[in-house]
Every structure is written in C-alpha cells, then in structure tokens.
Design a protein around this ligand. Structure first.
Ligand code: TRP
Length: 452
C-alpha cells in the first residue's frame, strides 16, 4: 500500500535534488563551527567517539524514521502527526510533538542566525584587508566584533533577511540549484584547509591525536549528553525539519539509502573541519576549549599564512554562510508550512511572520555576547541557555518521541510499505528504533538528571 499522495507545497524534482537539500540542511554551522568547539571543550577523542556512536545507533535510525513519517503524512509536522495518528488509531495529542518542534526550530534559528552573522562579518573582513597570520591580532579582531552590539545585530538581520527571502520562494525555487554547486565547493575548500593543516608539522599530529585518541577520563555524563544532542543537531533531527523535507519527497525513492548518504556526508564534513582546525590550535598555542569563537580565531591564521589565502579566505566564509543558509531554511520550514496549511497565509506572509519573530529573539542573543552578558537564566547567558535547552534537551526529547512513534505507535505494515527496504535491514532498523535509540536517550537523560 504505497502512499501516492503529494504535498500541497510541491515536491523535490528528483532523488538527487532531495539529497542535496537534505544534506544542505544537515551540513552547516553545526559541522564547521559547533563540532570543533564542543569537541575542544570536552577533551577531544572520547567525545568524538561518543558522538560517532550516537550518529550510528541513534541518529541514522531516527533520520530514517523522521523522513518516513514526513513522507507518509505529506504535511507540516503538526498536521502530519494528526493524520498519522488517525491512521494508526492513536491519540491526537501526538501533534504536540509537532508544536515542540516548531518552537525548537525558532529557538535554534534565533542563535544560529547570530553566529551565521559572524560568518558574514568575516566575509567582509576577508575581502578588505585579508587576515593576519598573527594569532593575537586575529583574536583581538574577533573580540572586537563580539563586543559590538550594533555589528552583531546588523549581521544577524542580514542573515534573517536572506533566510526569509529563500523560504518565501518555496522549497524548490532556487534552493535546489544553489546547493548543487555550493556543497562540492565547500568540500573542496575544507580539503585545502586540511592540506594547509598538514604543513604545521608536529602540530598536525597533535591535532589528529587530540581528535582521534580517546581518553575517557576526559568526559562525564554531561559531555555524553552534549555529544548525543549534537548528533541530533548536526543531522537536523528531532524537530520536524527533516520530516517536512520528507513530506516533499516523491514516493519510490529509498529513504534508507538517501539517509545513509546524508549522514555520511555530514559526518565527513565535521571530521574534516576538526582535522583542519585542531592543528592550528596547537601550532599557535591556542586553547582547544576557547568556546564558540574557536573557528574564528584559528582559520583566519591559516588564510593569513597560505599562498592564495585572500581568495580562499573569502571563498571559505562565503560558503560557510551558504551552508548556514541551507540549514536555516529547514529550521523555519515546519512553521511556515503549518501557517500556510492551517491559516491560509501565503508563503510570503508566513515567512515574514516567522522571520520577524525569530529575528526579535535573535537580537537578545546578539546582545548576550556583550551588553547583556551579565544577564543569565539558570546561570547561563541567553545564547548558552537557548543552545543547551534546544540541543541538549528538546532535540533528543523530540527524537525520543519520534522513535517511540515509529517503533511502537505506527502500524508495522504502513512503516514497511513507506520504507520499502530489504527485510534484513528493516529488522535492524526496527530494533534500533524501537529499543536502542529510545533507551539510550532515556538513560542519558536520567543519568544527567542524577537518577543513578
Ligand atoms: N544541521 C544543521 C547544522 O549542523 C542545523 C540544523 C538545520 C538543524 N536544521 C536543523 C538543527 C533542525 C536541529 C534541527 O548546522
């Protein structure tokens, strides 16, 4: 009983188009900005290993499940959950899961956009003046940017405007084509950066051993929660983003195979970013745990030193901004799609409403790096609070519910017909989604909350 419904919002033009868009959603600041800095803060190798294990045992099964639910429901996550619950004879309250996703998406985008704004500021820095090869100058330049409320709000606004302009045009307009060139280009630049990292000699090996030599005494349960949360964040899971992309996926395309490609590409980009950055950290006597500024304090040094560094520097930050853009649109698409479906808004009106709300919240995030840095919620700045709330709690909780829903609530025959994968693989997926993924999330939550 394959499902031949189509989404009212349109469909991806091909399998390749979907892979590009979904990879665009996965690959973003999470891989290049966040992965290196949280790895640095959490001691390196052991953290990376836990993160990789979470991607394989929890992330990929949930990626498959979330996409599958989207394609079966063919609507915004909120309405998809209502439709699927009717089909399965389940409680209608499941649609609250869709709402939690919408809220998580807005909260994430509010700070994501501020960081993407830093990347835009770096495009301009790169164009005029290039970068210095002196680590101290590079650091001062970053600190100056962060200290300026006006600059942060300005660049954040530019990024939100860019996001809204893409979202207004709908899933297919422009996005598909852009990603086709941007992804390979970003990949090429990362390879160039890795090649540069190799020229740092001793530091290159220090970087590699930091990343890949696990020392489990470096991590505690909170680090495990951060690694697990990041598996969700980097794949764009747990809040309906990939569910809504799945709802535009034509039937007959293998969700299993495409999910493997997406997760594979995402993981490779993150590891390459790590390999490019940590040698620079050690070569310049920087602190791996320097926090969210890590890539902005390291990569410019590489561009400042290498031949052709001006061009590569400009290109790199341009591509980083685009990678962020192809992720940010998936963060508000669930809300936009819902406003179009339920309120009858045009895409333009829906995008403006979502964009303005997110922008306003983002202003408070921008200020939390300077004039509001003393203002805290549970001892955290607004930025840290929102990041923790979403990446450590909301996404894994959303993922947990998706696992329970697809593993226990949906009828097996519906799941099987939608996934249409070889029996053996289906059995493995079914086991991971019904038992391993939910149990892992649950246990990590309990441990961090101090239950044992
Ligand atoms: N995956 C993106 C990144 O790594 C961010 C992102 C896009 C995201 N869509 C998402 C995170 C949905 C969580 C949920 O940069």
């Amino acid at each position: 009983m394959a499902n031949n419904n189509k989404s009212i919002h349109g469909e991806w033009s091909s399998r390749f188009a979907y892979i590009l868009a979904a990879t665009g959603s996965a690959v973003g600041l999470g891989n290049i900005w966040k992965f290196p800095y949280i790895t640095g803060e959490n001691g390196g190798g052991a953290f990376v290993l836990v993160y990789l294990a979470c991607v394989v045992a929890i992330g990929i099964p949930i990626l498959i499940a979330e996409t599958m639910m989207g394609r079966r429901g063919r609507q915004s996550p909120i309405n998809t959950l209502t439709t699927l619950s009717t089909e399965a004879g389940a409680n209608k309250n499941w649609h609250f899961l869709g709402w939690m996703g919408v809220i998580a998406g807005i909260l994430i985008l509010s700070y994501y956009s501020v960081i993407a704004g830093w990347a835009i500021a770096y495009v301009i820095k790169a164009v005029f003046g290039g970068f210095s090869s002196d680590a101290a100058i590079v650091k001062t330049s970053f600190d100056d940017l962060i200290a300026s409320p006006w600059q942060l709000v300005f660049w954040h606004s530019i990024f939100m405007i860019a996001t809204m302009s893409v979202v207004m045009r709908g899933v297919r307009g422009g996005l598909e084509k852009a990603v086709q060139y941007l992804m390979p280009a970003l990949f090429t630049l990362l390879i160039i950066l890795v090649a540069y990292a190799m020229t740092t000699g001793e530091a290159y090996f220090q970087g590699l051993s930091f990343l890949f030599k696990p020392d489990f005494s470096e991590i505690d349960s909170d680090a495990v929660l951060i690694a697990m949360g990041h598996a969700f964040f980097t794949l764009g899971l747990g809040m309906g983003a990939i569910m809504v992309y799945g709802s535009y996926l034509p039937s007959g395309i293998s969700i299993f195979k495409t999910s493997l490609y997406i997760a594979g590409a995402d993981t490779i980009v993150a590891l390459l970013a790590g390999i490019a950055i940590f040698p620079l950290v050690f070569a310049n006597g920087l602190e791996p745990g320097s926090g969210p500024g890590l890539i902005f304090q390291t990569l410019p040094i590489a561009f400042g030193n290498m031949t052709g560094g001006w061009l590569f520097g400009v290109l790199f930050f341009v591509l980083l901004v685009f990678a962020a853009l192809t992720s940010s649109i998936s963060l508000i698409e669930p809300f936009v799609a819902w406003l179009v479906e339920n309120k009858g808004f045009t895409r333009i009106k829906a995008s403006v409403i979502c964009g303005v709300t997110t922008w306003a919240l983002g202003v408070s995030v921008a200020l939390s790096f300077n004039i509001w840095s003393e203002f805290t919620i549970f001892d955290k700045t607004i930025f840290n609070f929102l990041d923790d709330l979403t990446a450590k709690w909301m996404l894994p909780l959303g993922g947990f519910c998706i696992a329970i829903y697809s593993g226990w609530i949906m009828q097996r025959k519906h799941v099987q017909s939608e996934l249409d994968m070889p029996e053996q693989q289906f059995v493995i997926w079914k086991f991971l989604i019904s038992y391993i993924a939910p149990a892992a999330v649950f246990l990590v939550f309990l441990k961090v909350l101090g239950a044992f």
